[in-house]
Design a binder for this molecule. Structure first.
Ligand code: ZN
Length: 969
């Protein structure tokens, strides 16, 4: 029956929990329980979970079908997370148990009741009417106990006698069944007194019975007035335990019985409702639920098997905690609790501290050996190959000196990709690339100046390259004929908004066939809204595009004497996304003054006016012609992805699923993105977390799934691709090449079912982050199920636009899911080394992602694709002028307003201001900061060197602090 005790649940949901007693006190809970996690999520409610003999399965009851308002019985595979309903689907069911052979499941059901379906409808109608009633179990006399053959699906009724038969459990040897029944009330043998009580309390006549597992050889074990129910065997089969209610049903105590002698022993005398007892596998103590702490606040307690010691409280959480069972190895506890997020009852699981329990109960040391025998294997350990040893090996190889930081297109990357392909080969994966396992792609690795750069300014000595002037990477190469120069302020053309006026540096200027000289950046002292708005229009590729559109032959960029900048002469830099067909070059402030001739001395003054937002008309510079030649060498290199393929043996194939991780990293930090400190320049960036961790996990997952396939246990309807991407650090080059080639101008719907990604999973602390949840409705369910055998604590993040290889897939119509364990202070620096990783964390994430991959591969339905608009502030990092050096925390609940920080970069303005780990930024420079986008927007409005106000929450207190932003460029 439900909960094995109904009068208890009678009040649940109708009376507010007795908060005076049940204050959350997880500190105490941690004494005996750790790694507490919710096991079931689906449906309206679930409960009464019982392990099989090996601890690899859990059978439970749950209301999951909208058409049936009663419980049905489900079987969960704790190794894979697979869940299937095994009961008939109609009628009521309860109290399941798995035979030690795993061949049969026992449960009580009313499906043979001719009125079963009309009772379902009546209950549905009642619920639809909106009426409320107190919960009650009706002791439906049509309940019988059935043995369900899990191979054939056939069912045998073991208790054909009239009356309520339920609460059954097999003995450990599988030969007997103990159960509860009120059948005596239907046999005509009640006394008039009993008959009178039975009329309004059908549980009054309940007693414990035992029979052989075929239903024969029935024997009544208890015969006491009031409800005896919920019996279970001890692990050695010599005893049973159950709870006995007082005659009036108001109290219950825990009992055991020696089956050889029939001797009963009362273990508790708490005078409240104590019920649902269960033996620990050591036999030394039992766990049970009691409302000692408050009428509806049920908590778990343990008591020694002799009943000598006072019961010890186990749980300390508001609401209901009951129906506890130990795993067969005695190392885990499963129970039913309303501590779920939505307060519905669900099944929970935790690691159990057996030695602490013995200690608390004062059990002598003599029993220690016996108990340690019972405590052996971890029930969630799978037989597959995902283990810490292999992961360590992969990470240590990839993050070694030999691989020199795995920069795309270098020897180090070749070694790393060769390593991945050799693992694929050993595992028997088929090559999925264009050249065996490899998929090469060309890219521009960088730019440098060629031999033929010269600049000629009429009436001037030729200026010195790299000192007075420099071509910029976005420039075209080749000769530029002599042309006039026009000064056009900041060179910005930005349409206005309701808050910001139109801005046009060009006005009526005609620049056709001329050079345009512009100031770098944007007006610095205008209102913050202006700055924010104009940030988008002020980067150099954008300015160059405007100049080109207006017919200019080239653009000359000057920082200007008033601007804050680290490098006065703009850096050559490389930005693959930006190239233009006009000449673009930078000049020093001094050279700019010379070019401007008689207007030269005005440059500072003009900039000052422009900075205030005043309009200064552009003008042609008199008597100056500029000509020259630009010679930029673009260095082409080849990078390569590594693709291994696990082919499905199914006849009709569905779109494949892909599990990937990028293998490249930052080399010695010679490319943009390195956060190395000054003293770490040119050191190898090992990239152990970023992303040897993800590749190691991908390799282990491929090994595990290939192993399942070899054993004929994978059952994949789809091919599985395992891909190590290169070029990620340079802007997802490898995954972009792959997706664009495969999509061939269209999207990937019908070509790829889903893409799963792992990038930086080596720093698991409290939670693993699963990102991109909004890309498909399938993810929540997949994560719930596949996390069952893993037990990770997970935080999900909706945004599918991620700075990693998942994004090219999402942009091509593929649902994506990406695992991540958060940024840290070693990120993108030579300090990201193999000895800093949490290898158990990597293993767990690998197991979860392998489980999800397997699940999609086995499913005939591809996850649906959900489109999400890109939430953009319109401001990328490159638009930011000012810099605070805050490190955002990823451990943030999306519902929380503000930006949670995990601290500040050493020596950065935010550190000087006093930012600490855990601070939540809620305001900056007068802008209310609710999201990271607000933060970016506020940042874009800051002026380097100008003090501004920052508001944070620290431990709930609002703190205002001043910060002086630094210059980013
Ligand atoms: Zn990465």
């Amino acid at each position: 029956m439900l909960w094995k005790c109904i009068s208890v649940l009678f009040f649940l949901g109708t009376i507010p929990f007795a908060t005076a007693y049940g204050q959350n006190d997880l500190g105490s809970e941690k004494d005996l329980l750790s790694k507490i996690r919710q096991l079931t999520f689906e449906g309206k409610r679930a409960g009464e979970g019982y392990f099989n003999a090996t601890g690899s399965r859990l059978i439970f009851q749950s209301e999951r079908d909208d058409k049936n308002p009663f419980y049905q019985i489900y079987l969960m595979d704790l190794e894979t997370g697979d869940v299937e309903r095994i009961s008939p689907g109609h009628g009521k069911t309860t109290c399941a148990w798995i035979h030690p052979s795993d061949r049969f499941a026992l449960y009580a059901s009313t499906h043979d009741d001719p009125d079963a379906k009309s009772k379902m409808q009546a209950e549905l109608d009642f619920r639809a009417s909106g009426q409320k009633r107190r919960y009650s179990w009706d002791y439906d006399e049509n309940f019988d106990i059935y043995a369900h053959d899990l191979r054939t699906g056939s069912r045998q009724n073991l208790t054909k006698a009239p009356g309520y038969d339920a609460e059954g459990a097999y003995s450990p040897d599988g030969k007997r069944v103990v159960f509860a029944s009120n059948r005596r009330a239907y046999s005509g043998n009640m006394t008039p007194d009993e008959a009178k009580i039975f009329e309004h309390d059908k549980s009054y006549m309940m007693d414990i019975y035992i029979m052989d597992s075929d239903g024969s050889n029935l024997k009544q074990l208890t015969n006491s007035p009031g409800y005896d129910g919920g019996p279970f065997f001890s692990a050695d089969g010599s005893k049973i335990t159950w709870r006995r209610f007082s005659k009036d049903g108001s109290r219950a105590e825990i009992f055991t019985m020696d089956l050889a002698t029939g001797e009963e022993k009362q273990l508790t005398r708490m005078g409240v409702m104590s019920w649902a007892p269960y033996f620990h596998s050591s036999g030394e103590y039992l766990i049970f639920a009691s409302n000692r702490e408050g009428f509806a606040n049920f908590e778990l307690f343990i008591v020694d098997a002799a009943g000598r010691h006072e019961p010890i409280r186990v749980t300390h959480t508001d609401g209901f905690d009951g129906l506890p069972v130990f795993s067969p190895d005695g190392n885990s506890l499963s129970w039913t609790s309303t501590r779920s997020a939505n307060k519905t009852s669900q099944i929970f699981m935790a690691a159990w501290n057996h030695s602490r329990a013995r200690n608390l109960l004062g059990l002598d040391e003599a029993g220690a050996n016996k108990s340690s025998q019972a405590v052996s294997a971890d029930i969630t350990t799978t037989k597959g190959a995902i283990d810490v040893k292999d992961i360590r090996l992969h990470v240590s190889r990839l993050a070694s000196d030999e691989m020199e930081g795995r920069l795309t297109g270098t020897e180090g990357e070749k070694l790393a990709t060769a390593y991945v392909s050799s693992v694929f080969q050993q595992l028997g994966l088929e090559p999925g690339g264009d050249e065996g396992y490899f998929q090469p792609f060309g890219f521009t690795a960088g730019v440098r100046l060629g031999q033929n750069n010269r600049l000629a300014i009429s009436n001037q000595e030729n200026p010195k390259l790299d000192e007075e002037w420099r071509p910029l990477a976005l420039s075209r190469s080749g000769e530029i004929k002599s042309a006039d120069v026009v000064f056009a302020g900041y060179g910005i053309v930005a349409p206005g908004t309701d808050k910001v006026p139109d801005y046009n540096s060009y006005g009526e200027l005609d620049v056709t066939g001329k050079w345009v000289m512009v100031l770098r950046f944007q007006p610095e002292s205008v209102p913050v809204e202006w700055r924010r708005h104009m940030a988008h229009y002020s980067d150099l590729p954008y300015k160059a595009a405007v100049a080109k559109r207006r017919g200019a032959v080239g653009m000359i960029v000057v920082t200007g004497p008033r601007a804050e900048a680290r490098d006065r002469l703009v850096e050559l830099k490389f930005d693959a996304a930006s190239q233009t067909s006009i000449a673009v070059l930078a000049v020093s402030d001094e050279l700019a003054v010379k070019i401007m001739g008689q207007d030269g001395p005005r440059l500072g003054g003009i900039q000052e006016k422009l900075d205030k937002g005043e309009l200064v008309a552009g003008f042609k510079i008199k008597d100056i012609k500029v000509s020259g030649e630009i010679d930029i060498m673009r260095e082409k290199r080849i990078g390569r992805n590594v693709i291994g393929l696990l082919k499905s043996t199914a006849d009709k194939k569905l779109p494949p699923v892909i599990l990937g991780a990028h293998v490249d990293h930052l080399g010695r930090g010679e490319v943009s993105g390195s956060l190395a400190r000054e003293d770490e320049r040119n050191a190898i960036h090992y990239g152990a977390d970023d992303n040897a961790s993800g590749v190691a996990a991908m390799l282990e997952a491929s090994q595990y799934l290939a192993d399942l396939q070899a054993k004929g246990k994978l059952g994949a309807k789809r091919d599985i691709y395992f891909i190590a991407w290169s070029g990620e650090e340079m802007g997802t080059l490898g995954s972009t090449h792959f997706t664009e080639k495969l999509a061939a101008g269209a999207d990937l719907k019908g070509k790829v079912a889903a893409y799963l990604n792992m990038d930086m999973i080596g720093h698991l602390q409290d939670k693993a982050y699963l990102q991109g949840i909004a890309s498909s409705t399938a993810w929540s369910r997949e994560i719930e199920r596949r996390n069952v055998p893993v037990g990770l604590s997970i935080a999900t993040k909706n945004d599918p636009y991620l700075p990693t290889d998942a994004t090219p897939f999402y942009m091509h119509g593929v649902p994506i899911l990406s695992a991540f364990t958060g940024a840290h202070e070693n990120y993108s620096s030579p300090r990201d080394t193999a000895d800093t990783l949490n290898y158990e964390g990597i293993r767990d994430i690998a197991r979860l992602m392998a489980g999800i991959t397997r699940s999609i591969a086995r499913s005939k339905d591809s996850p649906d694709y959900q489109h999400v608009d890109r939430k953009e502030s319109g401001i990328g990092r490159k638009h930011l002028r000012a810099y605070l050096g805050t490190i955002p925390s990823y451990g943030q609940d999306e519902a929380v307003k503000g930006v949670k920080l995990q601290g500040a970069v050493k020596g950065a303005p935010a550190e000087a201001a006093g930012i600490k780990n855990g601070d939540v930024l809620i305001g900056l420079a007068g802008v209310k900061v609710d999201t990271i986008h607000d933060f970016m927007s506020a940042l874009s409005g800051l002026k380097a060197g100008e003090m501004t106000e920052m508001i944070i929450l620290r431990d709930g207190n609002r703190i205002e602090m001043n910060v002086i932003p630094g210059a980013r460029e």
